[in-house]
Design a protein. Structure first.
Length: 268
């Protein structure tokens, strides 16, 4: 039944100083723990830790610096909240392996779906971790201008049909599909993906869909406002995403997203 449907809110915690939305940046362990504590109080289901910005135009910091930022926060979070579900936003297999040795099971949130590190998918299969595979083109530095799709939904679906086969070959059984809103897509293509989200439900071995639209350019550029002014419109898009089949909302603003999920359930 729809009211029994599993919907989760994933809260964004960026251990960086250059993520596109200033409010998500946490400098140091104490700031990260404060933000995580607030999100837990607001009803978050998953905390997504990112130690390298992946906004369009950003420059990667490398796997060693990424781990140096992550390690102390992971230790502190696991000590403070042993049962909290953690996701790590990384495309480095070495970071995944070190994190697994430190805290055990977690979710890997990979914007490259295994394309940026050939060791990623074998590592996920070996460790048996839950995996979020996202669609993009190019790298954050080069993806702008790569939005020449014949049909963005059909092209992204074809990408994930191919990914499903790759995942199966590496023994990855528990993966989540992220169509990559804002990554090498025009504003219009982003909304087309959201409108036709249910079409991704037919892909074999993919039971769940994650959507990340929080305060992104499809909202603030469309209205010519700033990310800071984009919260109300973000919740409108979240509601539409839920109506069209999203299972996980990746968000900056947990309390508002939790309320949006509650209202969605009332309306369903």
């Amino acid at each position: 039944m729809e009211k029994d449907r599993r919907i989760e809110v994933m809260g964004i915690v960026n251990l960086t100083d250059d993520s596109f939305y200033e409010g998500s940046r946490c400098s140091g362990v104490d700031a990260a723990l404060d933000r995580i504590g607030q999100m837990v109080a607001e009803g978050v289901d998953i905390i997504d830790l990112g130690a390298c910005s992946t906004r369009p135009g950003s420059v990667p910091v490398g796997e060693n610096e990424e781990w140096e930022r992550l390690e102390p926060v992971l230790k502190a979070v696991r000590a403070a909240s042993p049962d909290l579900r953690i996701s790590i936003d990384t495309y480095w297999a070495s970071v995944v392996r070190k994190a697994y040795e430190l805290i055990g099971d977690f979710i890997v949130n990979d914007i490259s779906a295994g394309e940026d590190d050939p060791l990623m998918l074998p590592t996920i299969g070996e460790l048996g971790l839950e995996y979020v595979a996202m669609h993009k083109r190019g790298t954050p530095e080069t993806m702008q201008g790569l939005s020449d799709y014949s049909d963005v939904v059909e092209d992204v679906k074809a990408y994930f049909v191919d990914f499903a086969a790759r995942a199966d070959a590496f023994g990855i059984r528990n993966w989540v599909l992220d169509p990559g809103i804002g990554f090498a897509k025009s504003i219009e293509q982003n909304y087309e993906l959201l409108k036709r989200l249910k079409e991704f439900k037919g892909i074999d071995t993919c039971p769940r869909i994650l959507i990340g639209v929080s305060r992104k350019s499809l909202i603030y550029k469309y209205f010519n406002i700033s990310p800071s002014d984009s919260l109300p419109a973000t919740q409108v898009v979240h509601l539409a995403a839920l109506q069209n089949g999203a299972d996980i909302l990746r968000v900056h603003d947990v309390a508002e997203a939790v309320r949006t999920v509650a209202l969605y359930r009332m309306l369903s």
